[in-house]
Write a protein that binds this ligand. Structure first.
Ligand SMILES: *Cc1c(COP(=O)(O)O)cnc(C)c1O
Length: 450
């Protein structure tokens, strides 16, 4: 059966006979959750096997930066694939990895001096936590074994990354398998007490974090957080002042600050890095998701020279970072990322304006009788659906699912996190597409909260 002869029904039947989909209760397919066979995609649009088009308002889980099947990125991939696909990175190197590392370091600036490539974001988190732990051993502080993370944080789903993830939906089942981090208050502005400003609440959270570190003095390797937006934790947003405060706390308490910019980095919040808005740099930086423009799994961990130097020593000293993945630094992925960085540099100036345009379009949704806590950071915008009395809907009513289904009917992919409806579109979304997104989001929330 060829792609163009088969329709949705054929592909759905074959799919459900053989595939196990991620993050899915498979019994929910195809009812109440439809399954869509996508056969092509261009720009912000996906097309199913019946020929229906859908605006990808969530960048296919936050990876697509400059539209699907972007011609410049596709061409770079094709060219690199014909020249050099991949070579192991132990004992070998290649121009795309060197160029991409140079490029990323130039973009991020001091103190970052070294790039370690990974595939998935979770792998980058594993690397970051092992690097931090190993650094402290290398410098004679082997008692540091714990990590401090934020409530509502998400850092991936492999065992180490899941250990740093607070979101209970993902964590609870595997709790007994996991490392036990220290959990600090989430600076989520929605959690401020009545009468307390978001900024005051953020500072209170930073104080609490410092107290936790002080109570566990000498035992913590690093604080790990998602700058500005806790994405999987419900698009929770907080002020940049919190990042500045936590940077100062980490300096005072002598622990690493690991910034997980896998979701928020590379322009999503309106700046190249979310950390830019606080004018800080972490000790270890993780980027991923959009790094290849959403085409190939590629992530990177950036570190300063001081961390790198601590790993140098005699052969057999146990100092070397003996970590690898089969595809570490694969050439095709690096070539895709180089093309993506060209596009990002060209788009960078216009990002704040893109974000404002999205914000204007969503203003009716922000004011809807059944929404509250509208918030936006660059091109990430979110709102929570609530009952008429302002209380949350009972979870079993699955209002978010109703939004998902209604929006799909109308040709837009919105995939709420619980009852939080959000937009996370490609940075290249046009004004017309923003208007379509906003209109359908409004109608879908309306339909789901009636
Ligand atoms: C998606 C995500 C990860 C994990 O990345 P994968 O590529 O899915 O493994 C880690 N941290 C954050 C903040 C993420 O959003």
């Amino acid at each position: 059966m060829s792609t163009n002869q088969s329709n949705n029904a054929d592909w759905i039947a074959r799919d459900l006979a053989v595939l196990w989909h991620p993050c899915t209760q498979m019994r929910d397919h195809p009812h109440p959750i439809p399954l869509l066979p996508i056969v092509s995609a261009q720009g912000c649009w996906l097309q199913d096997a019946d020929g229906k088009r859908y605006l990808d308002a969530i960048s296919s889980w936050w990876v697509t930066l400059f539209g699907h099947s972007n011609p410049a990125i596709s061409a770079a991939i094709a060219e690199q694939a014909a020249r050099l696909d991949h070579v192991l990175m132990a004992g070998f190197g290649h121009p795309p990895a060197v160029q991409l590392a140079e490029r990323l370091l130039a973009m991020v600036g001091e103190p970052m001096r070294r790039v370690f490539f990974a595939e998935a974001g979770s792998a980058a988190i594993e690397i970051a936590l092992k690097l931090s732990f190993h650094y402290w051993r290398n410098v004679g502080q082997p008692k540091r074994k714990r990590f401090l993370v934020l409530d509502q944080g998400y850092h991936g789903e492999t065992i180490g990354a899941l250990s740093l993830t607070s979101v209970s939906l993902y964590r609870d089942t595997y709790g007994e398998l996991l490392l036990e981090p220290l959990f600090a208050l989430s600076p989520d502005s929605r959690l401020a007490e009545p009468g307390e400003s978001a900024a005051d609440y953020a500072l209170r959270c930073a104080d609490q974090l410092e107290a936790l570190l002080a109570d566990n003095d000498g035992e913590v390797c690093a604080v790990v957080l998602e700058p500005l937006v806790q994405c999987a934790g419900g698009m929770a947003m907080y002020p940049a002042s919190y990042l500045r405060a936590v940077r100062a706390v980490c300096d005072r308490q002598q622990v690493h600050l690991i910034a997980d910019e896998i979701a928020v980095g590379l322009g999503r919040t309106g700046t190249l890095l979310a950390c830019d808005q606080a004018q800080i740099r972490p000790d270890i930086l993780c980027i991923g998701k959009g790094l290849s423009g959403g085409t190939l799994p590629l992530a990177a961990v950036l570190a300063p020279e001081s961390i790198y130097q601590s790993f140098l020593g005699e052969y057999g000293s146990g100092k070397a970072f003996l970590h690898s993945h089969s595809y570490t630094g694969f050439a095709i992925g690096c070539a895709a990322a180089l093309a993506t960085m060209d596009l990002l540099e060209a788009a960078q100036q216009g990002l704040p304006q893109r974000g404002e345009r999205l914000g204007q379009a969503l203003s009716e949704l922000a004011d809807h009788a059944h929404t509250r806590h509208y918030r936006r950071s660059g091109l990430i915008a979110a709102v929570d659906m609530v009952c008429a009395n302002g209380q949350p809907f009972p979870a079993e009513q699955r209002r978010g699912l109703a939004v998902y289904r209604h929006a799909l009917q109308s040709g837009v992919v919105l995939r709420p996190l619980g009852d939080t409806v959000y937009a996370f579109p490609p940075l290249s979304i046009s004004d017309d597409e923003i208007d379509t997104l906003a209109q359908v989001a409004l109608e879908s929330v309306h339909a789901a909260t009636r």
